[in-house]
Design a protein around this ligand. Structure first.
Ligand code: DQA
Length: 144
């Protein structure tokens, strides 16, 4: 089965971007670790990171995967369009945030994704992506 990992704007800056919130791992470190874990679960993982809302939407439209793990980053709090893209392909997804968005500014408390996600993980740093992958594997095993 196939999983798409989607990372939104500014996550290409991980490692040097506000490490107090987002840790020291680079996006490359995270993707490499997740690809290994996917292989262990006999899942194939593809990845897109973009700073452009349109590119993320197009990637979701064109992908043919069984599950999506997404950190929409700042689009979490702004993008009805990205939410609608996920709903348009009916692909189950888990929403991940590195930081605990609920412990931060009020504008980060609302997500356009959480109510339509299978689940939400936040505040656990890069581990959150690994937990999401484990959960996706369990979900896909139950579904098959
Ligand atoms: C984030 C939290 C968002 O509020 C923020 O805009 C990000 C990253 C996180 O992973 O903690 O860019 O999604």
């Amino acid at each position: 089965k196939r999983i798409l990992l989607v990372n939104g704007p500014n996550l290409n800056m991980l490692g040097r971007r506000e490490p107090g919130h987002y840790g020291h791992q680079t996006l490359n470190d995270i993707v490499t670790g997740l690809t290994k874990s996917a292989e262990n679960h006999q899942l194939s993982l593809s990845h897109i990171q973009s700073n452009s809302e349109a590119e993320l939407i197009d990637a979701i439209h064109h992908t043919e995967v069984d599950f999506i793990i997404i950190n929409p980053a700042a689009f979490t709090h702004t993008s009805v369009a990205l939410r609608d893209a996920l709903l348009s392909v009916s692909t189950p997804f888990i929403e991940v945030h590195l930081s605990n968005v609920h412990a931060r500014e009020a504008f980060r408390h609302h997500s356009y994704f959480s109510d339509v996600a299978v689940g939400v993980i936040c505040g656990l740093g890069a581990d959150g992506y690994q937990f999401a992958l484990q959960s996706a594997a369990n979900y896909l095993n139950r579904a098959s």
